[in-house]
Design a protein around this ligand. Structure first.
Ligand SMILES: [Zn+2]
Length: 239
């Protein structure tokens, strides 16, 4: 585990997607996302290396319902960890709302393969608490930014000026996420790309301040993240 900013740490051994620990000490330890199910042992190892077990976690806050981010939620829940997600994704996860399917479209062959996998084996889960836009939890503000999934959110940590953005604003280019730079959500993986872009634009127009971007994929962008995101949006005609 590697400190990123303030009390936020990165579980650096996880490779598929980013998992963050907000460590406010006993009774105030939260994971933002929990990784792909294929990395369950690595997740447990990362926690153990920090002297923690699942029972030391206060809860998990999902940025969205996709299996590379919510893949270990059911396992953690079985260990007594409370799982939180935005209401719209919570309803998809428990089957009370229809699940938007992914289509390859113009995306790469790999993206098409991953999309079919997600469509075929989605995470199914009944969350412990559904979140709404404007909620405050774990020192974070919940900002609903639908489009990548029905209930995608940004979590803004006002004290450190960090934005945990899931896959609605990326720090690496999908689907391989080797090239490290700010990137818009990848079309193949969005249930509604136009809505995702509109959400991204609206969030930045609303004036919420942040300095650091902790995205679902890619390394942390520290210091000038908001300026770089605005430059990206302007370059894409979304300013
Ligand atoms: Zn992802």
């Amino acid at each position: 585990m590697r400190p990123v900013v303030g009390s936020i740490l990165h579980l650096r051994r996880l490779l598929v997607s980013n998992v963050w620990l907000l460590d406010g000490g006993p009774g105030d330890r939260w994971l933002v996302d929990c990784g792909h199910w294929a990395e369950r042992a690595t997740l447990a190892l990362e926690l153990r290396a920090a002297g923690l077990g699942p029972r030391d976690l206060t809860g998990v806050l999902l940025t969205h319902r996709h299996s590379d981010h919510a893949g270990n939620a059911r396992w953690l829940q079985s260990q007594g960890v409370k799982i939180h997600a935005h209401r719209a994704d919570a309803e998809v996860l428990d089957g009370t709302r229809p699940r938007g399917l992914l289509e390859r479209g113009e995306g790469s062959r790999l993206a098409g393969f991953l999309a079919r996998f997600e469509n075929r084996w989605p995470v199914r889960l009944t969350v412990d608490r559904a979140l709404d836009d404007g909620d405050a939890i774990a020192g974070l503000e919940v900002h609903w930014v639908p489009g990548h999934t029905e209930g995608s959110v940004f979590y803004r940590h006002a004290t450190t000026r960090a934005l945990l953005s899931g896959d609605t604003l990326l720090a690496a280019v999908p689907p391989l996420t080797i090239e490290q730079r700010l990137a818009l959500p990848y079309p193949t993986f969005c249930v509604d790309l136009a809505q995702a872009l509109a959400s991204l634009r609206a969030f930045h127009r609303s004036g919420f301040d942040y300095a650091h971007l902790l995205a679902g994929h890619g390394r942390p962008v520290l210091g000038d993240a908001r300026a770089r995101a605005e430059a990206l949006l302007a370059a894409e005609g979304l300013g």
